[in-house]
Design a protein around this ligand. Sequence first.
Ligand SMILES: NC(=O)c1ccc[n+]([C@@H]2O[C@H](COP(=O)([O-])OP(=O)(O)OC[C@H]3O[C@@H](n4cnc5c(N)ncnc54)[C@H](OP(=O)(O)O)[C@@H]3O)[C@@H](O)[C@H]2O)c1
Length: 249
Amino acid sequence: MANPKRVLILGGTGDATELAARAAEIPGVEVITSLAGRTRQPVVSCKSTRIGGFGGVAGLIHYLREQQIDGLIDATHPFAAQISFNAAAAATEVGIPHLMLIRPAWKRTEGDDWIEVESNAAAAAKLPELAQRIFLTIGRQELAAFAHLGDLWFLMRMIDPPLLNAAVPPGKLLLERGPFSLDDERSLLQQYKIGAIVSKNSGGAATYAKIIAARELRIPVVMVQRPQTPNGKQVDNVENSLVWITNGL
Ligand SMILES: NC(=O)c1ccc[n+]([C@@H]2O[C@H](COP(=O)([O-])OP(=O)(O)OC[C@H]3O[C@@H](n4cnc5c(N)ncnc54)[C@H](OP(=O)(O)O)[C@@H]3O)[C@@H](O)[C@H]2O)c1
């Protein structure tokens, strides 16, 4: 029997978790998932999971060669740009097939009051003119971009608390992991009298309810646009990633 094909999945998203579990069921395929190690209790769906950075492009090239990886799937979050560019460069250098699984961005629909901006810094600049009480749903890594807004109040949702000594704007931390229901999101916005939301355009269903709740309650959403992606083959769902594994390796 031929050697199994070894697939490295760069994870950190719900799609990556599902993909790893389902890809491991394909006969002749061995899956390794890689996580950055940002959350204290990561969701692990694959019996072979490694955690932590590789050490830049050079480290990833070394890992791909050492582990004899046959194909690389980048299923990281749309805002995790550094690892995506590293993955594209390393796969090219090693000469193995590379796929990006990028879930579709949310699209503005009727009733949405979105202010689309390019960065967290640009989002912060918009806030003083918009509202006094803000729901900040950008995770814990980039809170510093809002820390100078001492006259505003922030409800900040993230999975793990900010690192010690991190610059954090005034307000309240909510430590929770999605998915979030529409009823809960609507109640949260009302309970805290939220006047504006800051969100990344992450796409996907797990965190979309806040966008629907904002539409219903006519609350503006400052929507941070996605960073660029590297050149290369892309799919936008788990199903097509599985087809690529079956046909592409
Ligand atoms: N950014 C977000 O909004 C967001 C939201 C939800 C989940 N996530 C997940 O959280 C992780 C980190 O996101 P980030 O925005 O900090 O990434 P990033 O800025 O693109 O990456 C920074 C560094 O973290 C390491 N890294 C990132 N993802 C990795 C992975 N899956 N396996 C091993 N090392 C990884 C790499 O270190 P080395 O250079 O040392 O290899 C990379 O250079 C990603 O896996 C992503 O899917 C991110």
